[in-house]
Write a protein that binds this ligand. Structure first.
Ligand SMILES: [Zn+2]
Length: 157
């Protein structure tokens, strides 16, 4: 169970900033979230973490997720009536849910696009955060992008 030192350092720094300590459990939960960025639920994540750390409990995984959300390393993703999912992509992005497969894909939101959204607000309204979810279908050919590319750059058209 090794984790790239840079990830560990970033994790420790973020946790410390929120007054939290880095623990082996928090490290492994974060590592597993980074490994497959497919927006898992807590239950899905628990199964993956348990494969690496058999003694961990679901309650601990929830606690770790809470800490990671609190220190802004992980975002909660909520689609109505579905369990909360977790996203470790910290760039500004929207989510696209493929209603046929349930797959959730990150859609990059450029600063210009976010600025356009801000323009939609009436005078006197300030936007702290925006969550944008798309629902629809993605052609199989459009999904042939490596998981990491979907995280680090725009989705090819
Ligand atoms: Zn995401």
């Amino acid at each position: 169970m090794s984790i790239a030192p840079s990830n560990n350092d970033a994790l420790a720094q973020h946790l410390a900033h929120s007054g939290l300590r880095a623990t082996p459990q928090r490290e492994i939960v974060y590592q597993v979230l980074l490994e497959r960025r497919d927006h898992p639920t807590a239950d899905e994540l628990f199964a993956r973490v348990k494969a690496k750390m058999p003694t961990i409990s679901l309650a601990t995984v929830y606690n770790c997720l809470e800490a990671l959300v609190q220190c802004d390393l992980v975002k909660q993703v909520n689609f109505e009536r579905e369990p909360t999912r977790y996203c470790s992509n910290l760039t500004e992005h929207a989510h696209f849910i493929d209603t046929a497969t349930g797959q959730i894909i990150d859609i990059e939101m450029t600063p210009a696009y976010v600025a356009r959204l801000r323009e939609a607000l009436p005078p006197g309204f300030t936007m702290e955060d925006v969550e944008l979810n798309f629902r629809g279908a993605a052609a199989p050919s459009a999904l042939k992008i490596p998981a990491t590319a979907a995280q680090t750059g725009p989705i090819p058209a």
